[in-house]
Design a protein around this ligand. Structure first.
Ligand SMILES: *[C@@H]1O[C@H](CO)[C@@H](O)[C@H](O)[C@H]1NC(C)=O
Ligand SMILES: *[C@@H]1O[C@H](CO)[C@@H](O)[C@H](O)[C@H]1NC(C)=O
Ligand SMILES: *[C@@H]1O[C@H](CO)[C@@H](O)[C@H](O)[C@H]1NC(C)=O
Ligand SMILES: [Cu+2]
Length: 693
């Protein structure tokens, strides 16, 4: 195994180093990665480049007049996923001397009120497929059309009059867009609901909603179709919503001691185009406007076999379902977002701040996507990669039982993190893929940002007249509404090859038979079952959790165990809405925590390819009803990380990160502890120096 290239330099209160820490940019730039400037030949799974996006625009322009003025807009442009078997044969060929699969773009456009699906081939430079889509649901909203809708409302006379009537200044109003969901109505129009907020002394937009107006915009006509000023409610105060450090007033919290990870030999990972190699891992990282960060072709080097072994063909965020729980008010009942399908988790991904979003030893990668008019938009530093030294122990043992000999062996843990942050309106979601030398992939989901709140008359619980206010009073005139976050991942595991099976192992309690002659009355043992069809693989997690494993039935260890990877799930939560409720029908992919489907190139988005205003007829739950065979097949695992969020005062005015996640961990994949022979890290500490104060 390659040595972990990390040396830890611990800097305490040392004057010399304080100087450096104040000049952290200069200090750290010494070891910031420069390998990103290298432009490689494209890998079949690379995201579309700026050049390719321009080419897509050029080719489509030859057939259609494009742009908002022609009512022809680009709602999604991404890589048309190449045939998996071709990618795999290209990937496994020595020196990759097999012709890579053709690069193509998949485009979803709105063309005069219709949805058009276009495939563009880059080598022949032509449209190879072009069809009008029939069916429910609409494509992702673009940033540009949301901004156009906002501008429209700010100029809309009845709206301005309503703002004035409230004694507010229209120059201080920010308008955001909320998707409509679907509540049983027949609909054919792409509508959004506009939500106005008031700044005037605050930069925390979402905490000052102006309620009482129902404003609906038709995005395909760019017209306000409904405007009703129903009532004038209270407006939460600006005071207390500040979160910029420069504007906050004392008292301040105790400062945290500074520390830095210094890697004198540089980072231990290498980036070659979009391929990352680190210790025993190799994977490809990409960016998609809907999913955000995508990990592909993750494989781990097996020292005993002297080769890389496949683990994860592709893993990414598939959808986030965020339903709010105020069912009675017209402003609120419809707030049931499908964040990735509605707003794009990649489109909403933000530039990461060096040193704070990602540590000083991070390398960054940009993302690029097509804006509404087809021109490329770049988001710099949208993903980062860094080695994480969290102070954990990889493994250890102290042997104290041997007379006259005391042995202690410890290996500190280091992992490699790939991160993105997507800010979908008020919420910031941190998504981490953490690779461990032991073979684990830990996926972390962190929730932070700002709550979605509802203005009320109340400033104290004792004033509440209703039975239920559907949330918590977190500030004067401010109720933060109860809601969920269901974060669904698509995990196309290929454990040591494509053909895999899903195994559920129950732990069952047994009575000890009297005939055993021991005083033990009970024990537990395992009951292993291979899921043969999709129905047998739907899992609702409970207190008596099962062991859930994806195994390769065609590969066994020396001792006859099937090689596998286990899903170690995070906190257990499932939907609390009834299955006949409209949002839950659209998000029926959350009805189970785990699903397995046979691989199908077009089954990628758990909420369906068209999530906005969808009717739930193209979800994972519907695909799964086909009850296909999944034993010894190329299978895909879907896992949902769920949070039920009853807001509290600490979540105001911004929310400290709430974390959950899961782990994919090898089980009988290796013959023995794969990190047994990890070389020792060379420890460097600073010379002693005197405290500066
Ligand atoms: C804006 O905020 C200031 C300070 O809180 C307040 O005095 C003023 O009335 C507000 N103006 C409007 C138009 O809301
Ligand atoms: C603003 O809020 C702070 C506490 O967050 C409070 O001490 C102060 O009195 C408030 N000021 C006004 C004008 O309400
Ligand atoms: C793949 O999935 C789509 C959507 O569920 C379905 O229409 C199609 O028939 C599937 N293809 C195969 C080969 O099963
Ligand atoms: Cu929340």
């Amino acid at each position: 195994m390659a040595q972990l290239h990390i040396t830890i330099l611990i800097i305490s209160s040392c004057f010399l180093f304080f100087f450096f820490l104040n000049n952290i940019l200069i200090f750290s730039s010494i070891f910031v990665i420069t390998s990103l400037s290298f432009i490689p030949l494209s890998h079949p799974l690379d995201p579309l480049t700026e050049t390719e996006l321009k080419l897509v625009l050029k080719i489509i322009k030859e057939t259609y007049p494009v742009g908002p003025s022609h009512w022809f807009t680009f709602q999604y442009v991404g890589l048309n996923e190449p045939d998996k078997s071709r990618v795999l044969s290209w990937h496994s060929a020595p020196d990759q001397n097999v012709i890579p699969p053709a690069r193509q773009a998949f485009v979803i456009a709105r063309d005069k009120g219709k949805t058009r699906e276009i495939i563009v081939d880059f080598s022949s430079r032509v449209i190879i497929s072009d069809k009008i889509r029939v069916g429910n649901g609409f494509p992702m909203l673009t940033i540009d059309e949301q901004q156009a809708a906002t501008a429209l409302i700010l100029k809309f006379k009845p709206f301005r009059a309503s703002i004035k009537r409230r004694g507010l200044d229209v120059l201080e109003v920010v308008v955001t867009s909320s998707t409509m969901g679907w509540f049983g109505e027949k609909h054919t129009e792409r509508l959004i609901k506009a939500m106005p907020f008031y700044l005037n002394g605050s930069v925390n937009t979402y905490l000052r909603p102006i309620e009482g107006m129902r404003i609906i915009v038709n995005l395909d006509k760019m017209k306000v179709t409904t405007f009703k000023d129903r009532f004038m409610g209270p407006l939460p105060k600006a005071n207390g919503t500040e979160y910029r450090f420069s504007k906050l007033k004392p008292p301040f919290g105790t400062s945290l001691q500074n520390a830095i990870i210094f890697q004198p030999d540089g980072p231990g990972f290498k980036i070659d185009g979009h391929i990352v190699r680190w210790v025993n891992w190799e994977f490809h990282m990409s960016f998609d406007v809907r999913a955000g960060l995508v990990i592909s072709l993750a494989s781990i080097f097996d020292m005993d076999m002297n080769k890389y072994r496949q683990v994860l063909y592709k893993g990414h965020l598939s959808e986030m379902f965020v339903p709010y729980m105020d069912p009675i008010s017209d402003d609120w009942y419809s707030i049931t977002y499908l964040d990735c399908g509605d707003f794009g988790c990649g489109q909403s991904a933000v530039s990461l701040e060096p040193y704070t979003d990602c540590p000083a030893n991070a390398a960054f990668m940009d993302g690029v996507f097509a804006s509404q008019d087809g021109t490329p938009t770049k988001v710099s530093n949208v993903m980062c990669i860094f080695e994480k030294y969290a102070g954990n122990i990889m493994w250890r043992h102290t042997e104290a039982e041997i007379p006259g000999l005391k042995i202690t062996e410890v290996r500190p843990d280091v992992s490699l993190v790939v991160r993105m942050v997507t800010t979908v309106g008020n919420y910031d979601y941190i998504v981490d893929y953490e690779f461990k030398p032991s073979g684990s992939i830990k996926v972390g989901v962190g929730l932070t940002g700002v709550l979605e709140v509802k203005p009320v008359e109340y400033v104290h619980r004792s004033e509440i007249k209703e039975d239920d206010i559907y949330g918590t009073i977190v500030a004067d005139n401010t109720v933060a509404v109860n809601h969920d976050h269901f974060v669904t991942f698509r995990l196309d595991l290929d454990v040591d090859g494509k053909e895999n099976s899903f195994v559920r192992t129950k732990r069952v309690t047994k009575r000890t038979p009297k005939s055993f002659g021991t005083p033990r009355k009970s024990y537990w043992t395992t009951n292993r079952k291979i899921a043969k069809t999709e129905a047998e693989a739907r899992v609702k997690l409970g207190l008596r959790a099962e062991e859930l494993m994806v195994v390769n039935p065609n590969r066994r260890t020396k001792h006859g165990n099937e090689v596998g990877y286990r899903l170690l799930h995070g906190s257990v939560s499932g939907p609390l809405l009834t299955e006949d409720d409209y949002p839950q029908i659209r998000a029926a992919f959350t009805n189970y925590n785990v699903w397995i489907t046979p691989y199908n190139k077009s089954e990628v988005w758990a909420s369906g390819l068209y999530a906005d205003r969808s009717k739930g007829d193209d979800t994972l739950a519907v695909w799964s009803l086909r009850n296909r065979k999944i034993e010894n097949k190329d299978i895909v695992m879907w896992y949902t990380v769920g949070f039920h969020h009853v807001p509290c005062q600490e979540d105001f005015p911004t929310m400290p990160t709430l974390s959950s996640g899961f782990e994919l961990r090898p089980v009988n994949f290796f013959e023995q502890n794969p990190v047994l022979k990890t070389k020792l890290i060379k420890i460097t500490t600073t010379p002693k120096c005197t405290p500066s104060n």
